[in-house]
Structures are given as structure tokens and as C-alpha cells.
Design a protein around this ligand. Sequence first.
Ligand code: CA
Length: 232
Amino acid sequence: MSNVTVLVVEDEESITTLIRYTLEHAGFAVECAASAEEARAILNEKLPDVALLDWMLPGQSGVQLMRQLRQDERSRDLPIILLTARSTDTDKETGLNQGADDYLTKPFSPRELIARINALLRRRAPQKTAEVIDMEGLILDPEQRRVTAGEDDIALGPTEFRLLHFFMTHPERVYSRRQLLDLVWGDHVFVEERTVDVHIRRLRRALTDTGYERFIQTVRSAGYRFSAKISG
Ligand code: CA
């Protein structure tokens, strides 16, 4: 697992230290904030891949922060795990109803925390996981950063690799150029939409000899779709 940033919003330093150690050891990049305000400053700069929000914070609570994040289009889909010392079912329900993807009661084990984050990523951002993907013989291995088609190694630039990884984990759906920029290049990255076309062209070219370039389908006036099916 790499290139995954986790934002930890927690005011108890001893817990933050432990979480940071656990996550960094598992290969995640970690950012920490001790209040909702600090968290917002970090979030405004760049969205993390996952946010761990402590329920009880000085000032604005983690739940209030989460509610705000869910109302903002930019952070609406941010994967969020709520951390809490509470453990009643009603609290859990409240947390999930307010928009948390998952809920973790303190104290939790490092193993549990990592498992929950990985499960959430698998669900919400499979292109961030290290799972090997095989689509009709086109195989992408994120950990080894390797793409093969039968016996052939396919050489790809970093952007083409990320693009292909995203497509292979999100097949059969049309994505606009804007969406691809947000999801593959990262939010708050200001590049022109035609940049997407440039990299699509390169990816197609790299796949041409294998025949897999047919998986990348242009959908007129909508964007692109990755599909093993014949397009209509
Ligand atoms: Ca707290």
C-alpha cells in the first residue's frame, strides 16, 4: 500500500502518536490535526485519502466537522472513520447516520485500525490498494508497478500507470475528463482537461500491440469508459 495519506484529527497526543506510528509503519503517509480548525486548514490544502476523526474534540466536535465535510461537494465522498470513546449502539448509529463510513471504539488495536482503513479503501478507492488486478489477461500489479499482457511487459509512464490502475478498478463506468483529473491526478490540481486526452492517447499507444487498447472507449461528449465489452 503506498501513496495513501491519512488525516488524523485527535486532540489526545498520546493517541495521535500511537496512530501515527501504526500508520506510518504500515506504509501510509500521515497528517495530524488536534482540532477541527487545524483539520480544515489541512483539508483546504489537499484532501487526504482517508480521514480519522475523533468524536470529542475541543471546540467543534468531530461529528460537526464531518457534517460540514459531507455538505461540501469537494469533500462529500471523503472516506471517514469516526473514532470514539463511546461504545453504545445509539452512538454508533448516530455516527454512521451523520455520514461516517465506519466507526471505531477506543481503545482499538493497531491491527484493527489498519484492517478498517484497508477495508474502507477497498470499498471506496480500490485504486489505492495493492491488489493485483487481472482483466481478461491484462494484469496490473500495483506493488511491483508492473503491467503485463501475456508474456509481454508493458512499459508505462507514472501517469499512464495511475490512469490504467484507476480504469481497471473502476470498469464499465463513464468518467468525464474533469472527474478523471480529480480522481487520478488529485483534487486541487489545476491542469487542463485536454491533458487527460494526451495521457489516454499514450496509454492506448502502449497497449496497441496487445489489443487491449480496445478496452479504453471514448464516449462522445461524455468522457471515457474502460470496458472489456464491445462498445455499442
Ligand atoms: Ca478527544
